[in-house]
Write a protein that binds this ligand. Structure first.
Ligand SMILES: Nc1ccn([C@@H]2O[C@H](COP(=O)(O)O)[C@@H](O)[C@H]2O)c(=O)n1
Ligand SMILES: C[C@@]1(CO)OP(=O)(O)OP(=O)(O)OC[C@H]1O
Length: 161
């Protein structure tokens, strides 16, 4: 059995006039996540964790933020494409763990749906997807509600040929 770990991080500004999509779920809120795509900070961090596990670069190298095809794109598309890349190399996802850092809104009630969305993209059970949330206790850009961050780690495995 070959085992690989990966880590990913992403950050987006929060601004009026944008939707707030996190973990593939639209969350009603007065400000949303700003970016070229739907700016789903959690899915972008997860893509980077999966790519990082196999040293395949980062999300921006595969899906350029100047490419009109990705304007407003649902980030589940990126996660599915990244999953295809790792599958083609013979790897499967063992589990993923993640942390969201945002001051508001409280997102606990959306976590089960986020887990299901992510698990479906990655061909695993929602029990193998962990999502945690914390505020920044009013400190820094997250504390001032100017942005939100996500960290993700994953474990990939490949049975011997
Ligand atoms: N946007 C958030 C932030 C936090 N939570 C939940 O609240 C708990 C307390 O957060 P602290 O930052 O005050 O430690 C945390 O453990 C999360 O469960 C949340 O749902 N949404
Ligand atoms: C997803 C991409 C591509 O549209 O754009 P953004 O939504 O701007 O997100 P970011 O995490 O800044 O960069 C990754 C890009 O590949």
């Amino acid at each position: 059995m070959q085992i690989r770990i990966g880590h990913g991080y992403d950050v987006h500004q929060l601004s009026a006039g944008y939707a707030l999509t996190i973990g593939g779920v639209q969350i009603p809120h007065e400000v949303g996540s700003m970016g070229h795509s739907d700016a789903d900070v959690l899915l972008h961090a997860l893509c980077d964790a999966l790519l990082g596990a196999l040293s395949l670069g980062d999300i921006g190298q595969h899906f350029k933020n100047t490419d009109p095809r990705w304007k407003g794109m649902d980030s589940k598309h990126f996660l599915r494409e990244v999953y295809k890349m790792i599958s083609e190399k013979g790897y499967r996802v063992g589990n993923v763990d993640s942390s969201l850092i945002l001051e508001a809104p409280k997102i606990g009630k959306y976590i089960p749906q986020m887990k299901t969305e992510i698990a479906t993209c990655l061909g695993i059970s929602p029990e193998d997807v962990s999502i945690k949330a914390t505020t920044s206790e009013t400190m820094g850009f997250v504390g001032r509600k100017e942005g939100l961050e996500a960290h993700a780690v994953c474990l990939l495995y490949k049975k011997e040929d």
